[in-house]
Ligand binder design. Structure first.
Ligand code: DGL
Length: 267
């Protein structure tokens, strides 16, 4: 038994999709969430900057005494894997568990991946799939415009802009006949109604945040490090609280995001 909290971080609010899953799976765990909302997006930045930000995010969580870190960000997991896996506490990234879930889900071995530019150019998901299922055909598509749509809350089922953007990005993947799609960025689960409506029922959608949360739960259980029977709870930290914060955070988390504290990452 280990009563220290689990640390979760993302470039912004997308990682709250992992927190949502973690709270459902492990209600007795304490969670510390950090969203780097003052510096989002990471996905359009160069590798050196992404790695520096990832190290600072991990520093913050370690200073808060966490027992494990979830890098709930496709971009960090893809570009800064060696940084996050060399910390003093174990780290779960989104790439390996998500690729594994996709390999388990596919029947026709045609897997699509959507993510930020940095994620897609890194080839991270494709490399893991290639190891697990070498005969798989993998089709990756960067979708940079989807992140700001989600951050601004333009995600409603009747939102024409979201519908058209999703259709434009996913058309080449649909043409290839994929039966499984990796939502390789933790912002994308919020666009599932549009994505599912366009791709149709036969396509499995794999959420990176949820897969990482499940992997974290398995690892803690295997190492006998779960916190048991004490009642959980989540503390939220961000580097900026923009005007849309309350509304957008609630959409990601599925409930009110209370007691959020702002930290200055320049110190
Ligand atoms: N949360 C990031 C990811 O999962 C997307 C937003 C960004 O570009 O920072 O890749």
């Amino acid at each position: 038994m280990d009563n220290r909290p689990i640390g979760v971080f993302d470039s912004g609010l997308g990682g709250l999709t992992a927190v949502r899953e973690l709270e459902a799976l492990l209600p007795d765990e304490k969670i510390v969430y950090f969203g780097d909302t003052g510096r989002v997006p990471y996905g359009t930045r160069g590798a050196e900057v992404i790695r520096r930000y990832a190290a600072e995010d991990c520093d913050f969580l370690e200073e808060n005494g966490v027992k494990m870190i979830i890098a709930a960000c496709g971009t960090v997991s893809s570009v800064a894997a060696h940084i996050i896996h060399s910390r003093s506490v174990p780290c779960v990234d989104v790439v390996e568990p998500t690729a594994r879930a996709a390999v388990e889900a596919t029947k026709n071995k045609k897997i699509g991946i959507i993510g930020t530019a940095a994620t897609v150019h890194s080839g991270s998901y494709a490399m893991v799939i290639d190891c697990l299922l070498p005969e798989a055909e993998v089709y990756a598509q960067e979708c940079p415009m989807l992140v700001p749509l989600v951050e601004n809350g333009w995600i409603g089922e009747d939102d024409m802009i979201a519908r058209l953007a999703v259709e434009r990005y996913l058309a080449p993947l649909k043409e290839q006949g994929i039966d499984t799609l990796i939502l390789g960025c933790t912002h994308f689960p919020l666009l599932v109604p549009h994505i599912a409506a366009y791709l149709g029922e036969g396509v499995s959608l794999i959420s990176a945040g949820a897969a990482a949360a499940r992997a974290c739960a398995e690892q803690l259980s295997a190492s006998d490090s779960l916190r048991e029977g004490l009642g959980g709870g989540t503390e939220f930290y961000v580097s900026d609280k923009g005007q849309n914060f309350v509304k957008v955070a609630k959409t990601f988390l599925g409930r009110e995001c209370e007691g959020v504290k702002v930290v200055d990452m320049t110190k």
